[in-house]
Design a protein. Sequence first.
Length: 248
Amino acid sequence: MQGRLCGELAASIARYLTQGDTEAEAGSEGATYYHESEPAFEDATRILKEFGLVRPVPRDDKPDETWYCRHALTMSCETMPARLACAIPADDERIEALLSAFLAIACQHDGLSSERAPFTPPSDYRAALRALARAGYAQAVGSAYRWTDKTGPAMERIEAWDQQGRSLATLREEDRLAQADAAWRTMPETIRRAHFGKQPVRVVPVVEALTMSWRDGAWHPVTREVPAVSDGQIALARRLIDLAQGRG
């Protein structure tokens, strides 16, 4: 079971990494990719090399460079689960590094949920989630899955959960909703009339009002030294518009 789990996780990683290969089908033997000096891709490449699933493809002009070069799959993704099922012992400690690499790729780069609520995985990840459920890292909920506490250390390593096992994305969303509710309740009437008195309410003016007046959870006199707009302010503005239009 441990070896097959490793194979399914490795296959998901390899399929994602090689999806940009224009000369071979993603996940096929020989398909190549470059790790782009992206930490998640570098970590994934290191662990795949440890399992013998990728090899460097040095450039002709730099034959001795075996890291800053493309890497090729030594077998197809379809072969990996069965191959590793026969090769990986149950007490192989590399599973934790492979799990972290899988979660970093799937959750941080490919949209797989890292939150505690049940989620439906895309088809490319269903085999991996079934294997994770058999090993206790996930739990089936009908056709969906939810992460278990056993996944906590790996989720913490990729900075998706805190030490109490809480999803940081969920905590950020809860904070955004609380901020928006407070901003709407305490909004000065001048701002309410100027930006919410006409329909449709537009996002850009609301973001500007937040940038100039909303700081540290309270409204302040307008400042002309406007800081850069953040993604959080845009999300907060959209939530305020929902509240104004009765979609709270």
